[in-house]
Design a protein around this ligand. Structure first.
Ligand code: LLP
Length: 430
């Protein structure tokens, strides 16, 4: 994060506070969130995409305080369940700038969205359109909808987080004509107000060409709808997915670069197609929450393991693992690690940061050089742990989930408290 630095005494600092001092108060493992950094990233998106609406994707990490902060920085919130919706509403986010996603929203979730009067519901299947039409008719109300489409773009990212190729569960495919049919269906409905087309091509994407290609295909369809119905849809959304640096090898584009290239493409295409430029929106999650947070663990054991003739690796086991960050195990995601509580003159050694869970795949950082004298009691910080870590955390092996603590101007604030064994045992009916 932006306020992370190595102090002269060799200790890692964030938000004007030594990580070791923060940990002395709140314990490990912990997600330390740099409020200034998260707000700055949200604001940069809002400024770069000035005139567009930016929805923060809550799935990457959501709690009441963060929902409030991004709203204060001028963003809306994209939610994809009734739970995320409840958090955004509790934070006081204006319902007009909340959008609800999901490929299988329950009736209760749709009802909650209608009750709150949120700005848009992104519909994803014929059954959902039926359900929403029935609910709005029963209530004598209307709903603003966008239609999620599949553009057929093969985003360069892990298969499990690519979402716009044909053979997957999201959206209506453009190629098959299903997208057009769904758009016409919503256009003709007397209780659904069709806002426009929505596309999300995947996540952790660096190459802006994928977004540009998606924008072209959506605008083509947008113009087809105009040609068929005579009406222009007012909006269009390009989803999220903007990649971040997990290791020094990754090189993300800035919000300004992204905005520039997307704006050019959209304006150019609209001119070529003879349509008015619709009100555009995007939904970044990871690019706002990811870099803001470091996970901090305490080292419990260090074990040299011979991995090949003469080659040794230090297995550094910490007090967390795949229950607080499933991403390395699930997507082979790469992270870096650094000793936070001190500097070391010891030689760097090839290491691997592993967790405390009962499987070999319980790896947090697959390959990292760590000081040869790393020892139990040392603190290990894993940067860029703010997106899809706490939000995907589990209680595997009955391990309580770590807290999220923000730091700003040297002061700590608990945003999400540490789960306790009592919390977990309370669910067990005995
Ligand atoms: N909008 C929609 C409709 C989405 O499905 C997503 C992410 C986003 C926006 C935000 O994407 P972002 O800007 O955060 O990349 N758990 C995976 C990522 C799953 C993303 C799901 N959808 C991971 O840890 O990499």
């Amino acid at each position: 994060s932006r306020t992370t630095r190595r102090a002269e005494d060799g200790r890692l600092e964030v938000g004007g506070l030594a990580v070791a001092d923060a940990v002395a108060e709140v314990g490990t493992p912990v997600y330390l969130l740099d409020e200034v950094d998260l707000r700055a990233r949200a604001r940069e998106f809002a400024e770069a995409f000035d005139g567009w609406r930016v929805y923060y994707a809550g799935k990457s990490f959501l709690c009441t305080a963060v929902a409030r902060w991004v709203a204060e920085e001028g963003l809306g919130v994209d939610v994809c369940t009734g739970g995320e919706l409840a958090v955004a509403l509790r934070a006081g986010v204006d319902p007009a700038v909340i959008g609800l996603h999901g490929n299988n929203k329950s009736t209760a979730e749709l009802e909650a969205a209608l009750d709150a009067g949120i700005g848009r519901i992104i519909v994803d299947s014929g059954h959902e359109i039926d359900r929403l039409e029935r609910l709005t008719r029963e209530r004598g109300t209307t709903a603003r909808v966008m239609v999620r489409v599949t553009t057929g773009i093969e985003a360069h990212t892990h298969e499990y987080i690519a979402t716009a190729h044909e053979d997957q569960k999201f959206g209506f495919s453009i190629a098959s004509g299903q997208a057009m049919a769904a758009l016409l269906r919503c256009h003709e409905s007397d209780t659904l107000e069709l806002l426009g087309i929505h596309s999300h091509i995947g996540s952790q994407i660096f190459d802006t060409q994928g977004f540009e290609m998606a924008a072209r295909r959506i605008l083509g369809l947008h113009a087809d709808v105009r040609d068929t119905t005579g009406a222009e849809m007012p909006e269009m959304d390009l989803g999220g997915g903007f990649g971040i640096a997990y290791t020094t090898l990754d090189t993300p584009s800035s919000p300004a670069e992204l905005a520039g290239s997307l704006r050019r493409i959209v304006e150019h295409e609209c001119r070529a197609l003879g349509v008015t430029v619709p009100a555009l929106s995007i939904e970044p999650g990871r690019a706002i929450s990811g870099p803001s947070t470091m996970a901090v663990y305490e080292v419990g054991t260090v074990k040299p393991v011979v991995v090949d003739q003469g080659v040794e690796r230090l297995y550094v086991a910490v007090d967390g693992g795949m229950s607080d960050n499933i991403r390395p195990a699930l997507y082979a995601a790469e992270y870096s690690a650094t000793v936070a509580n001190r500097a070391s003159d010891a030689d760097p050694r090839l290491g691997r940061v592993v967790g405390k869970h009962c499987e070999g795949g319980d790896i947090l950082v697959r390959d990292e050089f760590l000081p040869a004298d790393i020892a139990p009691g040392d603190l290990v910080a894993v940067p860029a742990s703010g997106a899809y870590s706490r939000s995907m955390a589990s209680n595997y092996n009955h391990v309580p989930r770590p807290p999220v603590v923000s730091v700003r101007d040297g002061r700590l604030r608990t945003l999400v408290r540490r789960e306790t064994l009592d919390d977990i045992l309370a669910l067990d009916a005995g």
